[in-house]
Ligand binder design. Structure first.
Ligand SMILES: [Fe+2]
Ligand SMILES: [Fe+2]
Length: 316
């Protein structure tokens, strides 16, 4: 993947520094023009820790001036996410409380719109936007593994072993999505559509990296995972039905069909055996789990609102 296009003054300077290798301490003083500029910059800096860019030197991954820019953007993002998150009392039964918190959350659903009303073109938009995460599916949560004690670590590995194909690269969820994209006439390569990703998609991806790359936020990462898995099975069924309604190829539906079954299991693992175990060990982490879960739901609402607005559609 090549470095993305700039979306403002900060990303322009940071991306120029990345591709030229000329990193200056003055980058720390550049303010982003707005959310698009901030999020694409942060996304690009995070990407150095995943697969990197063909036109960026790998040695820049840990450059102190770039880390300083990243830290400033992360502080703003974290403060914003914390400010939006309500105080929630999950009660004495953590798993029941978390499931009910997630279930009670009500927001617009892109999957419901796809099932009933979306056009072929709108679903093509959606698949391009979703590709930013689905082509690196479960990668962020892998950063959390070494930060856990044996119980939740084994459970997270069980979940991720499934996400990563049970030992078969053909069955990696990211690979299933790539095959679906290719069969649908879209580019299956990692990051291909980053320049058209809406800011809400960048923010969803950045929140996952933020939580996962900071050990102190590990419970937020697991809360995010719990909400993600617990809101996947039903919408995946709706997506699959919508794709069939519109005549999309079987490879594309196969990705969603896999998630109808898999995520019904993953949600139990994520809520009970992973997040539940972490909170049992350290009850002070409950509010961080809530932060992660709420952020997952809230950012998906914001994405759904933006996507539906762009299409001039409503989720009825
Ligand atoms: Fe998956
Ligand atoms: Fe899953």
């Amino acid at each position: 993947m090549l470095a993305p296009k700039a979306r403002g003054s900060l990303s322009e300077q940071v991306l120029a520094a990345l591709t030229s290798g000329q990193v200056s301490p003055t980058l720390r003083d550049v303010e982003p023009d707005g959310p698009e500029d901030a999020q694409v910059t942060l996304w690009s800096l995070y990407e150095l820790h995943y697969r990197g860019f063909e036109d960026v030197d790998d040695t820049l991954e840990w450059h102190p001036d770039l880390l300083a820019v990243r830290a400033g953007l992360e502080a703003e993002l974290e403060a914003d996410l914390r400010e939006r998150c309500p105080e929630v009392d999950l009660g004495d039964d953590f798993a029941a409380g978390l499931f009910s918190f997630i279930e009670q959350h009500d927001g617009p659903s892109v999957a419901r719109f796809v099932q009933r009303d979306a056009t072929h073109e709108q679903v093509m938009d959606l698949l391009r936007w979703r590709s930013i995460y689905h082509l690196k599916e479960s990668d962020p949560q892998a950063w959390v593994v070494p930060r856990l004690s044996p119980g939740p670590k084994a459970a997270l590995m069980e979940l991720q072993y499934d996400e990563f194909g049970n030992g078969d690269p053909q069955l990696l969820h990211a690979h299933l999505f790539a095959q679906g994209l290719a069969a649908s006439g879209l580019r299956p390569d990692y990051g291909a559509y980053i320049d058209e990703a809406p800011v809400e998609v960048l923010e969803e991806n950045n929140a996952m990296s933020l939580f996962a790359l900071h050990r102190r936020l590990r419970a937020a990462s697991l809360g995010h995972l719990a909400a993600f898995e617990a809101t996947s099975s039903g919408p995946s069924r709706r997506m699959s039905r919508g794709l069939s309604r519109l005549g999309f190829p079987a490879e594309m539906s196969a990705y969603y069909d896999e998630h109808v079954e898999a995520d019904a299991v993953h949600e139990q693992l994520a809520v009970r055996t992973i997040a539940g175990a972490v909170v049992a060990e350290d009850p002070s982490l409950v509010q961080d789990v809530v932060l992660g879960a709420f952020t997952c739901l809230d950012l998906e609402d914001r994405f759904a609102e933006a996507a539906l607005a762009r299409w001039g559609a409503v989720d009825a």
